[in-house]
Write a protein that binds this ligand. Structure first.
Ligand SMILES: Nc1nc2c([nH]c(=O)n2[C@H]2C[C@H](O)[C@@H](COP(=O)(O)OP(=O)(O)OP(=O)(O)O)O2)c(=O)[nH]1
Length: 156
């Protein structure tokens, strides 16, 4: 065991064991009532239709925070306030080895607009939308721990 979550062992991997990690900035928007925002992955991307937290790849020269601010304007049309780094998770997908930098965000301005044809849903535990992206599932567990929630965090 390497401690790396393997999302889909049946598909061929790109690159060898030394392949480069892709940094990803992920925003966990939490409303005053505790609900958190999930969005569906748009058509044309890997895992299209799966639910995740909004965000995307960190570009060259960007910090995680800068990437998160850019991605959330591009994807969901909101300008975020303070960014609170939460946890980092590495996921070994067939398409890429990703390092997910989950950040909590409690303040933002602007109305939600799904600019990439995604869907969005304010959720609490247990999450009603499905399927949830493998790399997103641990976040639901962290929320469950924080909130003293027992039972399945999502369907499937
Ligand atoms: N945004 C986001 N990505 C996640 C989560 N969980 C998870 O495993 N990922 C993975 C899926 C992708 O492999 C990667 C994010 O890359 P992406 O393809 O969505 O990034 P991007 O918006 O920059 O897309 P592009 O440049 O390829 O168009 O991180 C999550 O909760 N949110």
């Amino acid at each position: 065991m390497t401690g790396v979550l393997v999302a889909d062992g049946d598909r061929p991997r790109e690159g060898g064991p030394g392949r480069k990690e892709v940094e990803v900035a992920v925003g966990v928007l939490v409303r005053g009532d505790g609900a958190f925002l999930l969005t569906s992955r748009p058509e044309g991307k890997v895992y299209a239709g799966y639910w995740e937290f909004p965000g995307g790849k960190v570009e060259a020269g960007e910090t995680v925070e800068q990437a998160l601010r850019r991605e959330l304007i591009e994807e969901i049309g909101v300008e975020i306030g303070a960014v609170h780094p939460w946890r980092v998770e590495r996921v070994d997908y067939p398409h890429a080895l990703v390092r997910l930098n989950f950040c909590k965000v409690y303040e933002w301005t602007g109305e939600l607009h799904m600019h990439e044809g995604q869907q969005c849903s304010w959720e609490t535990l247990p999450v009603k939308v499905q399927p949830v992206l493998p790399g997103t599932v641990p976040v639901l567990k962290w929320f469950a721990e924080e909130r003293g929630f027992a039972g399945a965090t999502h369907a499937g």
